[in-house]
Design a protein. Sequence first.
Length: 204
Amino acid sequence: MASSASLPAKGSSRLLNPMLLLRLKEETREEQKRLERDLGLDRPDLRLVSYIPILERLYGFYLPWEVQIEEALKPRLGGFALARRKSYKLEADLRYVGLDPESVRFCAKLPEYKNVPEALGGMWVAEDAVLRGQIISRHLERTLDFAGGAGYSFFTSYGPDAGRMWQGFQQALLENTPPGSESAVIESARQTLRAMHQWLCRPK
């Protein structure tokens, strides 16, 4: 496994392997489907009483996870994850539905990232979810009568800039994945999805 210290110079053309993006999508498909199915955010009968615990668990995962991601990216991409934080949106959503974020229990079993490529593999999960969040946000407007992002701002992350942010993330991922580390990046994404499922979909 290449360490972050041995990464080639950022922007090097030999790093840009777009097949990694296709492999990430294909090789995480089963974990993605399982998480979406068991989380149940797209249920036509979704009600607020079921939605609030999902918000709690998302916040309980994202807040410590984002801290971990930022720490793992420091050696090469210090500050990159800061602009992509989403836990503060979950905090606002919790307050909107009448819950104190300080009462939320945090996930203690987070995935581990040994270097920058692995951290970006984990981060790919959250950035990819932003695109699906646009669909979920419209569903929440229909089922829970939400509007204007209040109570569901997490699912509208980046707003009209979602496409630009996604493109920027993909570029950073490709530029910081050395040849030979692609499989480790994919495995990191899979481990992140499994950790999310274990925390978000645990029995009540």
